[in-house]
Design a protein around this ligand. Structure first.
Ligand code: AP5
Ligand code: MG
Length: 216
């Protein structure tokens, strides 16, 4: 399957994408995680992305689209993928359509995670991620690690993301409403959108998602 996950910062895209990708045996491709990996490796791409991310803005399309395309062209994504955080505006959605069309491929669904803004703020405030891999995500209350400050998956150090400060989160939410929400209408016109509530325990949201995708 080829699935796009969309939802505001802190909705649980990364958390759900990891579980859904495992259930569906497809790779989880997160442009945010790819940027963070580049930043921690000190690459040129990471240096370009960091100032935009720290300010809560989108990284320019030419950089983002190229990186996402490279990742989608890798062998493990040939049979399908779950995109988390890409596309994030209409030009990126159009670029993805062009990429898929060139390979005679199509998206199967766009899963839209709906969540009240107060919950997003609480989720982001308590989030801790792993220095080794930002796809290893915890929450101080909702999903505490077994050992304080230590990743359950790989033993890495847990820390708070640089863009999770209150001011930057506000900016990210504003950018979401302005730039990302319009892609939901874009995909509605292609009849691809399934909307679910992202509130409630993680496993309940996963069950809702699997059912909405018709794979439970
Ligand atoms: P990105 O990394 O994609 O961040 P985001 O969209 O802001 O979303 P988050 O990762 O903050 O939240 P999430 O929905 O994944 O929630 P999570 O599962 O962690 O992007 C970061 C930046 O990179 C952007 O601002 C931009 O600068 C740049 N960027 C990325 N893609 C780009 C693109 N395509 N174009 C341009 N720029 C781009 O969950 C949050 C917390 O809640 C966790 O602690 C988790 O444990 C907890 N939680 C999750 N689910 C539940 C639940 N059901 N109940 C209780 N707690 C829960
Ligand atoms: Mg995420």
């Amino acid at each position: 399957m080829r699935i796009v996950l969309v939802g505001p910062p802190g909705a649980g895209k990364g958390t759900q994408a990891a579980l859904l990708a495992k259930n569906l045996s497809i790779p989880h491709i997160s442009t945010g995680d790819l940027f963070r990996a580049n930043i921690s490796q000190g690459t040129e791409l990471g240096r370009k992305a960091k100032s935009y991310m720290d300010a809560g803005n989108l990284v320019p399309d030419e950089v983002t689209i190229e990186m996402a395309k490279d990742r989608m062209e890798q062998q493990d994504a040939a049979g399908g993928f779950l995109l988390d955080g890409f596309p994030r505006n209409v030009p990126q959605a159009e670029a993805l359509d062009d990429m898929l069309k060139a390979e005679s491929m199509k998206l199967d669904a766009v899963l839209d995670l709906e969540i009240p803004e107060e919950e997003v703020v609480e989720r982001i405030a308590g989030r801790r991620i792993c220095r080794n891999d930002s796809a290893h995500v915890f929450h101080v209350v909702n999903k505490p690690p077994k050992r304080d400050g230590v990743c359950d998956v790989c033993g890495g150090e847990l820390y708070q993301r640089d863009d999770d400060s209150e001011g930057t989160v506000r900016k990210r939410l504003e950018v979401y409403h302005q730039k990302t929400e319009p892609i939901i209408d874009y995909y509605r016109r292609q009849d691809l959108v399934v909307t679910i509530s992202a509130s409630g325990p993680v496993e309940e949201v996963t069950a809702r998602a699997m059912q909405a995708l018709g794979v439970s």
